[in-house]
Design a protein around this ligand. Structure first.
Ligand SMILES: Nc1ncnc2c1ncn2[C@@H]1O[C@H](COP(=O)(O)OP(=O)(O)OP(=O)(O)O)[C@@H](O)[C@H]1O
Ligand SMILES: [Mg+2]
Length: 413
C-alpha cells in the first residue's frame, strides 16, 4: 500500500471510524515503524487483531519504546484470548497464565510507572541474614566458602600483596531445595554484611521500564553499604533469555550486569557477588568468564548424617515423643533435598495437629506421624542428578562438574 492510499484510508476512518479500518491502518503504520501515529488506533483495533497480528504490534511497540502501550495491548489480548501463546512475549512480560488477571494488573502498574523512588528503595530486596550454624551439613562447601570467599573478603590487603585478584562472583549450583539460598544468606551473616536478595524476575520486570538504571542503583547501593552481599537468585532466568531475546533491550540488561560485575567503571571492593542456579548448563557462558561468576560451587543433596541433622534442626521447639528414630528416617530418605525434609517435618506436624483436633488434646509429633508422612512424600533430587550426570559426562568444560561426578560416584548412581 502506498502512502496516498494510506492517507485515503485515514480520511475514510476519520469520516466513519470502524474497528476493521482501524486495524488496517494500525498494521500499515506499524510496518512503517510509525509508533506515534499508530497509538491512536490501538484501542479501536485491538478487538480485531488475531494472535499473529497482535504479537507483531506488541513487539513493534516494545521496540519503539512504547512500553505502556505495548503492555496495555498485550494485557487486553491475553485477557480476551486466554489461549494466547507467545513464549517470548510471555517471558518479556513475565506472564505465565492469563487467568491471573489481578497479578497481571499489578505488573502492569510496575510497567506504567517506573517510579524512581522505588529504584533507590531497596528494602524490598534486603533480606535477613543467618549464619553457618543454620546450615546443617555441607561442611565441604562451607570450608570452601570460608577459604575462597570469606577470607579474601576480610583480608584484602594480604591477598593484594600476593597479587591475588579479589572480586568476581561465585555461582552456587545444585538441585533445588538443597540450601543454595540458605548458604548465600549465611555467608552474608558470617561476614556481617548487608544482604540483598535479587530475583532476576524482579530485574526483568524492572526492565520493562527502567531496568538498567535499577540494576545500576542496586549495585551502587551495595557499594555504598559495604560490606555487602549481592545475591542473584536463579540467574538462568536472565542468562537463558538472551538466546531468544529478539530486541536489544534484554541484552542491554545483561551487558549492564556484566559491566557491573567486571567493575569497569566501579570498584567492587567490599561487595561480594553470589548467584545461584538449578540449571548451570543453561547459563550463558559469558557469565562464567574470568572475573565474572568464575567460581562454581556444587551444593549437593544432603548425605545421611546431614539429613538426620536437618530433620532434627527443623523439629527444634516442636512437641514430640522420644520414640522418633531420626537415624532410621535419614536412612529412608536418600535423595531427599533439605526442602523435602523440611516438608516432611511439616507433614508430620500436620498429622499431629489433626490428631490433636480430633482428640481434643495436644498430641505430640510421633514416629508414626513421620511414617505416614514418609508414605506421602518423595525425593526431588534424583531427576536433577540424572540430568546433571549427562552434562557432567559429555560437556564437562574445564572440569566444571567434577564435584557432581564425585558425588555420583560416591553414592553409586
Ligand atoms: N543444609 C540445610 N540445613 C538446613 N535446612 C536446609 C538445608 N538445606 C535446605 N534446607 C531447608 O530447605 C529450604 C530450602 O532451601 P534453599 O531455599 O536454600 O534451597 P535452594 O537450593 O536455594 O533451592 P532452589 O534451587 O529451589 O532455590 C530451606 O529454607 C531450609 O528450610
Ligand atoms: Mg534458592
Amino acid at each position: 500500500m502506498d502512502d496516498t492510499s494510506l492517507d485515503n484510508l485515514i480520511d475514510a476512518y476519520d469520516a466513519a471510524p470502524s474497528p476493521a479500518l482501524a486495524k488496517v491502518i494500525l498494521l500499515q503504520l506499524a510496518k512503517r515503524q510509525d509508533a506515534n501515529r499508530s497509538i491512536a488506533y490501538l484501542d479501536a483495533a485491538s478487538s480485531e487483531l488475531d494472535q499473529d497480528e497482535a504479537g507483531f504490534v506488541v513487539r513493534f511497540l516494545v521496540d519503539s519504546d512504547q512500553l505502556k502501550a505495548a503492555s496495555a495491548l498485550y494485557l487486553s489480548v491475553i485477557e480476551s484470548n486466554p489461549g494466547f501463546q507467545d513464549d517470548e512475549l510471555n517471558a518479556l512480560f513475565d506472564h505465565h497464565s492469563a487467568d491471573n488477571a489481578e497479578s497481571n494488573r499489578k505488573r502492569l502498574r510496575v510497567v506504567e510507572k517506573p517510579d524512581l523512588a522505588d529504584v533507590v528503595n531497596l528494602d524490598r530486596v534486603r533480606a535477613e541474614t543467618t549464619d553457618f550454624s543454620a546450615v546443617v551439613g555441607l561442611d565441604k562447601i562451607k570450608k570452601q566458602i570460608d577459604k575462597k570467599i570469606i577470607l579474601p573478603f576480610q583480608k584484602p590487603s594480604l591477598f593484594s600483596r600476593f597479587r591475588k585478584k579479589i572480586g568476581g562472583g561465585v555461582l552456587l549450583f545444585g538441585p533445588p531445595g538443597c540450601g543454595k539460598t540458605l548458604l548465600a544468606r549465611a555467608t552474608a551473616g558470617e561476614v556481617n554484611a548487608s544482604f540483598f536478595n535479587i530475583e532476576i524476575s524482579d530485574v526483568l520486570d524492572m526492565y520493562i521500564g527502567e531496568s538498567e538504571r535499577k540494576l545500576r542503583a542496586i549495585f551502587d547501593k551495595a557499594r555504598e553499604e559495604t560490606p555487602s552481599v549481592l545475591f542473584f537468585d536463579e540467574i538462568e532466568a536472565l542468562a537463558g533469555k538472551r538466546e531468544y531475546a529478539r530486541n536489544s533491550s534484554t541484552s542491554n540488561v545483561i551487558s549492564q550486569l556484566l559491566a557491573e560485575l567486571d567493575g569497569f567503571a566501579q570498584n567492587n571492593a567490599g561487595v561480594l557477588i553470589l548467584a545461584s542456579t538449578n540449571v548451570p548448563w543453561a547459563v550463558d557462558p559469558a557469565f562464567l568468564r574470568p572475573g565474572r561468576f568464575d567460581r562454581m560451587f556444587f551444593v549437593p543433596p544432603p548425605d545421611k548424617v546431614a539429613r538426620q541433622g536437618i530433620l532434627e534442626h527443623h523439629m527444634k521447639g516442636r512437641p514430640s515423643t522420644p520414640d522418633i528414630d531420626f537415624a532410621l528416617l535419614a536412612k529412608k530418605t536418600s535423595g531427599y533435598s533439605g526442602a523435602d525434609l523440611a516438608n516432611l517435618v511439616e507433614m508430620a506436624a500436620d498429622e499431629a495437629i489433626d490428631a490433636s483436633i480430633e482428640g481434643g488434646e495436644e498430641v505430640p509429633i510421633s514416629f508414626d506421624h513421620f511414617k505416614d508422612a514418609l508414605g506421602e512424600s518423595r525425593s526431588t533430587t534424583i531427576e536433577w542428578l540424572t540430568t546433571a550426570r549427562n552434562y557432567a559426562r559429555y560437556s564437562n568444560d574445564g572440569g566444571r562438574y567434577d564435584d557432581v561426578l564425585d558425588f555420583l560416584k560416591k553414592h553409586g548412581r
